[in-house]
Design a protein around this ligand. Structure first.
Ligand code: 5AD
Ligand code: SF4
Length: 472
């Protein structure tokens, strides 16, 4: 048993990060024979992509996927720790699975992801959820076969969660959700330590993948017919800093664009590391999409300082304007936290003020959630939840107004859309995203799925648009 430890997870060592290659030992290859698995994923794109690796590892062990949890022989929850509600959802689900296990004692139940990296959660599992079979963390996904094997052999909970990140593991198998767009990890972890955020503890220190590995992955994806890659990391603009090789995010964006893949995206950017060189590269290459997610978190300089964000409202707006000026037609979205400890009405109004200035294309908005072990969790917080909810409501109304306004500009315009599949809303339509990341439901024949087509926008709503194939 290996338990995570918060103080250890906080440490940053100068140890150089090695790269190793994934290999499945032959003794694990039949563990899943005649068995099915079901995975539920919570949280961000990083977790979604981890799930794509986990699925492929399970399939190498002969497991087959099912999308009905009740039918599965192995149920795995890939969890998120970013806010308390994600935590509650997972424990709610675990309660349901416990009932299932009461009637089907042979099912294997597991938890992985960011939540189990939290010391308090791992302790809770060890004390109250001994009936679980496997628990592994974000640093040892590649050890899933071994953890499973040991649990089956010893018929007990196998909990293996490391506090400290290990090597970068290359050549992990992957079962991608889409045949047209792919996540490509460019880095792991985060060293920013924003005071509210649990990620630097659950995902460890920043480690950039070697550029050759990233570019080779993109080239393979092109060969497999992929049209779009999203370069993935907690703070992608800091790519390469830990490698000290004089090669940064702007170089990586340029080289990725030069592979010739139709669309390049990247998430998430921290305003601190967003360089002019990056803006120039994005502006220069038509296959780097004009869409940037640029979390501001708050518009109050006082709160930004307490958050440890290292920029001010003014410098954020300067960056925002520079991007808009140099990258024509660029859509910018953001993340905002309301109710950070000590946020006054006046601070909140500063946030509304930035929203009125920037008129974001859209935003993810959250109420602050205290995460154990982070500095902000210890800050005095006297604002009532009711007041925070009111602020969120008020903020969302403003965000929605500008989202609709941004979309309105698209009416009757012709835009490129990568058609991804059948629309959830209307099964006779297809869905896809514009270069600027707007969701469009399109009247188009099914054989166009997987293609980038020109779409004329015929109707516009707050969160989506409708369109039809444009006559050239
Ligand atoms: N409480 C509320 N929101 C948070 N986020 C990160 N940590 C917290 C927290 N403790 C939000 C930030 C971040 C997004 C991914 O989640 O806005 O950008
Ligand atoms: Fe969390 Fe800040 Fe790192 Fe983003 S940059 S993952 S908000 S610590």
């Amino acid at each position: 048993m290996q338990m995570p430890n918060l103080l250890e997870a906080k440490k940053r060592t100068n140890n150089s990060v090695k790269t190793t290659n994934y290999h499945l030992d032959s003794k694990y290859q039949k563990l899943g024979q005649n068995k099915t698995y079901f995975i539920k994923t919570y949280g961000c794109q990083m977790n979604e992509h981890d799930t794509e690796n986990i699925k492929a590892i399970l399939e190498q062990m002969a497991f087959k996927e099912t999308d009905v949890m009740e039918n599965a022989d192995l149920i795995l929850l890939n969890t998120c720790a970013i806010r308390e509600n994600a935590h509650n959802k997972v424990f709610g689900m675990i309660g349901r699975i416990k009932h299932l296990k009461a009637s089907k004692p042979n099912i294997i139940v597991g938890m992985c992801g960011c939540m189990v990296q939290e010391e308090s959660v791992a302790l809770e599992i060890k004390d109250k959820y001994k009936w679980l079979d496997i628990v592994f963390g974000t640093h040892n996904i590649h050890e899933l076969p071994k953890v499973l094997y040991e649990s089956l052999k010893n018929k007990r909970l196998e909990l293996e969660v490391y506090s400290i990140e290990g090597d970068i593991v290359e050549n992990m198998p992957v079962k991608r959700d889409s045949k047209y767009k792919a996540w490509v990890n460019i880095m792991y972890g985060c060293d920013k330590f924003c005071t509210y955020c649990i990620v630097p503890y659950t995902r460890g220190k920043q480690r950039s993948r070697a550029k050759e590995d990233i570019i080779n992955e993109v080239k393979e994806l092109i060969k497999d017919g992929y049209k779009e890659v999203t370069l993935l990391g907690q703070n992608v603009n800091a790519y390469g800093k830990d490698l000290n090789a004089g090669y940064d995010m702007s170089d990586l964006l340029k080289e990725t664009a030069e592979t010739g893949i139709a669309r390049v995206r990247f998430i998430t950017s921290h305003p601190w590391d967003f360089t002019d060189k990056m803006i120039d590269v994005i502006a220069k290459y038509p296959n780097i999409m004009p869409y940037i997610h640029l979390p501001i978190q708050s518009g109050s300089d006082r709160i930004l300082k307490l958050m440890g964000r290292r920029y001010t409202k003014e410098t954020y707006i300067d960056l925002f304007n520079k991007i808009k000026k140099n990258i024509p037609n660029c859509a910018i979205t953001t993340d905002i936290i309301v109710g950070f400890p000590g946020e006054t009405r006046k601070d909140f109004e500063e946030t509304l003020d930035v929203v009125n200035t920037c008129k974001f294309d859209s935003a993810f908005t959250f109420i602050f959630s205290a995460r154990e072990g982070t500095p902000a969790a210890k800050m005095k917080d006297e604002t009532l939840l009711e007041e925070k909810e009111k602020r969120l409501y008020e903020l969302n109304a403003l965000i929605n107004k500008y989202a609709k306004e941004a979309n309105d500009k698209y009416l009757n315009k012709v835009v490129p859309v990568l058609l991804e599949g059948i629309s959830d809303k209307n099964s006779s339509m297809l869905m896809g995203y514009t270069d600027t990341m707007k969701l469009v439901n399109v009247k188009a024949p099914k054989d166009q799925i997987g293609q980038i087509v020109k779409v004329k926008i015929t109707d516009v709503k707050t969160w989506s648009m409708d369109g039809e194939i444009a006559n050239e």
